[in-house]
Structure formats: structure tokens, C-alpha cells
Design a binder for this molecule. Structure first.
Ligand code: C2E
Ligand code: CA
Ligand code: CA
Ligand code: CA
Length: 253
């Protein structure tokens, strides 16, 4: 399913985009470290539409800024219930890293919703090339100066991963689920995860494994030195009404 630009415009007018929240867990304690905001479209007739059907089109149509603003505002408001020090992670499209007013807009939204900026993580996906690295650097530095942390998302799958890692001031590295999903069966995947975790450690970054579905994967990740995990083993993305259910500690690995 792929939605059109006009449908997305209509969805924006009708205020139909909402945040879901998925827990990220510290593997050795089972404690919830934070939650990631994942976009959903609560469509009038189609029901809940996943982001794969609209994010890329929203980017192409120049609607991703408006969509992100709507989501982030709702997420900040809901996240006031998050127990301190749990953080909130939002996905920021590389398309938005051209706009030098982004840090200011994020700061103003957080302040208006009374959500502390030092508990905000900005996840930058590698789904698109960061076109203007200089602008991206300015924006990243400013975001960090105002207390936010930066995560490089989907590491290993996108464009110029290592270039981005070298050029932008990241705090966290997210290992893509395509490697995590096959690591207990495929030696190659396990080696890749191990190398990425090692790279993160040597650069002083925290590593988060995505798509952790089994206890076996969680144990292997912990043994490889990966600090945090996210996936169905710990909890699926849920709407704001169920946010308090995902913020409690899980059984430790
Ligand atoms: P992502 O940032 O890599 O988010 C993780 C995706 O993996 C989510 O898919 C999540 O539901 C899914 N996932 C989490 N745990 C598991 C698991 O154990 N097994 C499996 N099979 N999947 C798991 P989702 O919600 O469909 O989002 C897809 C992508 O859409 C995201 O990937 C992100 O790149 C993008 N996206 C979502 N929300 C936003 C947004 O607000 N802004 C932007 N720019 N992109 C967004
Ligand atoms: Ca993400
Ligand atoms: Ca990711
Ligand atoms: Ca991913």
C-alpha cells in the first residue's frame, strides 16, 4: 500500500497522524531506558496505516516537516508521563537537516509541552543521503548544545554510514534489525553485529540493537557488549494510552 501526496495532505488537515511508542531496554538490567516514537496514520477508512506507506512520499512531497511537527508535538505531550530519566527518541528525516531552524523549532515545542530537552534523542536515518553535510553539522551541534542526544539509525544499511559517523556528533548507534534478525543463524550477521558494537565502543557511543525478537538474540547481544535492545521481545509499539504499560522494567536478560 502506498498513499498519495493528496491523501497525506488530507490526513494532515484532519489531524490523523499519531505517535506510537516502543520501549528500549538496558539489556543487563531489563530496565526501560527510553521509548522511540513511531509514526502511525489513523486513517478514517483504512484504520492504522504503518509509516512504510507514507514517510517516503511525505518526504518527496515536501510534507515531512509538517507531519513531523504534528507527531512530535503529540509525542511531547504524552511523554510528560514518562518517568524520569526515561528518554524519548524521535525520527528525523535527513530532508529536515537542510533547515537551520530545526533546533529552535524542536526547542520551542519541547518547552511549550514542558518536556526536558536533555531527555530527547534525535534519530537520524540513513534512508536518504544527507545532502548538505555542513548544514547537518551546524544543526547537529546546535541540537547537542541544547541538551539533545543524537543517534545514527539503521547503521549499516543506508548511505555513507561511516562518513556520517565521522562527520556528525553522534552519541548512539542503532544496529539495523536485518543483522540482528539473522545473527543467531548466520555467522556473518553475528560478526557484523560484533564489529558494529566494537566500532561503537571504540568511538564512545552507546549501541542499541533493533528488532530483538528472541531471548537467544538478547543473550548473544549482551555477550557481544551491546548495551541496549529494542524489539518485540521487550514490547511492540503502542499508542499513548498504553504508554505507561511499556515504561515498566522487563525481566533482565
Ligand atoms: P526504524 O526507525 O528503524 O524503526 C524501527 C522499526 O522496526 C519500526 O517499524 C518498528 O515497529 C519495527 N520493529 C521494532 N521491533 C521489531 C521487532 O522485534 N521485529 C520486527 N520485525 N520489527 C520491529 P515501523 O514503525 O513500521 O517504522 C518503519 C520506519 O519508518 C522506521 O524505522 C523509520 O525509519 C520510519 N519512521 C517511523 N516513524 C517516523 C517518523 O516519525 N519520521 C520519520 N522520518 N521516519 C519515521
Ligand atoms: Ca528509528
Ligand atoms: Ca532503525
Ligand atoms: Ca530499521
Amino acid at each position: 500500500m502506498n498513499m498519495s501526496g493528496d491523501q497525506i495532505r488530507e490526513g494532515l488537515r484532519n489531524d490523523e497522524f499519531i505517535p506510537f511508542f516502543q520501549p528500549v531496554v538496558t539489556l543487563h538490567t531489563g530496565e526501560v531506558a527510553g521509548v522511540e516514537v513511531l509514526a502511525r496514520w489513523q486513517h478514517g477508512s483504512l484504520g492504522i496505516v504503518p509509516p512504510g506507506a507514507f514517510i517516503a512520499i511525505a518526504e518527496q512531497e515536501g510534507l515531512i516537516g509538517e507531519l513531523t511537527a504534528m507527531l512530535v508535538w503529540k509525542a511531547f505531550t504524552a511523554a510528560r508521563m514518562l518517568p524520569d530519566p526515561q528518554w524519548l527518541a524521535i525520527n528525523i528525516s535527513p530532508h529536515l537537516l537542510r533547515d537551520l531552524t530545526l533546533p529552535k523549532r524542536i526547542r520551542e515545542a519541547a518547552e511549550a509541552a514542558a518536556f526536558p530537552l536533555n531527555r530527547l534523542v534525535i534519530e537520524i536515518t540513513e534512508s536518504a543521503l544527507v545532502e548538505n553535510l555542513e548544514h547537518a553539522q551546524t544543526i547537529s551541534r546546535e541540537l547537542r548544545a541544547q541538551g539533545c542526544r543524537l543517534a545514527l539509525d539503521d547503521f549499516g544499511t543506508g548511505y555513507s554510514s561511516l562518513l556520517h559517523l565521522q562527520s556528525l556528533p553522534f552519541d548512539e548507534l542503532k544496529v539495523d534489525r536485518s543483522f540482528v534478525g539473522s545473527m543467531t543463524e548466520r555467522r556473518e550477521s553475528r560478526k557484523i553485529v560484533s564489529a558494529v558494537v566494537g566500532l561503537g565502543q571504540s568511538l564512545g557511543l552507546e549501541t542499541i540493537a533493533e528488532g530483538v525478537e528472541t531471548q537467544e538474540q538478547a543473550e548473544m547481544l549482551l555477550a557481544l557488549g551491546c548495551e541496549m535492545g529494542q524489539g518485540w521481545l521487550f514490547g511492540r509499539p503502542v499508542p499513548a494510552e498504553q504508554l505507561s504499560d511499556v515504561t515498566i522494567a522487563r525481566p533482565a536478560v
